[in-house]
Write a protein that binds this ligand. Structure first.
Ligand SMILES: [Zn+2]
Length: 258
């Protein structure tokens, strides 16, 4: 197996340090953070949509007029149970990115499989939004591979699909069971700097256990309620991802047929 195929930015939840080999244009369309000269950060949520947990996050963001990015899993979208949540993300001014379809790692190493992951996830998002009454769904422009794992194959196929890969700079283990909102908030505040991309989770991979009430990520909405005002107090604006990464003029790259 080619060395570049193994190059990884990091694996969330893994205590070993990540390694990085930017060969073969691996990182050409990979974004990690915004400018450190601009007092802004972006808030991102992975592994949704996930029923009441995602709804609670949307409520918390709305209370502060904050716009975030949701890297959704196609399989969670395809359940059909979260269509109205996706439509609300669009209406509330949030950004929808994709996090793959299955959250599995092996497809990231196989061109045919990662192409199918991306195509299936994009189709699921488009179908859900149209089903929920969004007649002209916004173009999905951002892709965060599961675990942030970037392979040469993934980078190439994502670029062909007109997708920009977005990693993160602040991840504090919010996915660990029992993490309290105040602890997650304190951990983010201890390390956040201008330009950072913060990752939190509103779901747990493809589990859909929060249809009736939020059982998967019970602290995530409260984390938003604590974190957003604290960031503002530090003079850090919570900006949409496109703004933070310098895509204010829009993402216009074409999407080839996958
Ligand atoms: Zn994930």
């Amino acid at each position: 197996m080619a060395v570049t195929a193994l190059a990884a930015v990091t694996i969330a939840g893994c205590s070993a340090p990540g390694f990085l080999l930017p060969e073969g244009e691996l990182l050409r369309d990979v974004y990690v953070r915004g400018s450190p000269a601009v007092p802004a950060v972006a808030l991102t949520f992975d592994d949704g949509p996930n029923g009441r947990c995602t709804e609670a996050v949307l409520d918390a963001l709305a209370e502060h007029g904050t716009r975030a990015t949701f890297f959704v899993l196609g399989a969670n979208v395809a359940t059909g149970r979260n269509d109205s949540l996706l439509a609300r993300m669009v209406r509330d001014g949030h950004t929808i990115g994709i996090h793959g379809h299955t959250h599995l790692v092996p497809p990231l190493f196989h061109e045919r499989l990662i192409r199918r992951e991306i195509r299936t996830a994009l189709a699921a998002v488009d179908r859900a939004l149209r089903h929920a009454g969004v007649a002209d769904p916004p173009r999905v422009a951002f892709f965060r591979p599961p675990f942030g794992l970037v392979t040469g194959t993934t980078a190439r196929v994502a670029a062909e699909a007109g997708l920009v890969i977005v990693e993160w700079t602040v991840s504090v283990g919010d996915w660990h069971a029992g993490r309290r909102a105040e602890d997650v908030t304190a951990a983010v505040l201890a390390r956040v700097r201008p330009g950072d991309v913060i990752v939190l989770h509103d779901g747990v991979e493809t589990h859909q256990r929060s249809v009736e009430c939020c059982v998967d990520r019970v602290a995530v909405a409260e984390t938003v309620r604590r974190l957003v005002p604290a960031l503002h107090e530090r003079g850090l604006h919570v900006a949409p991802l496109a703004e933070l990464l310098g895509f204010e003029a829009g993402l216009t790259s074409s999407r080839r047929r996958l």
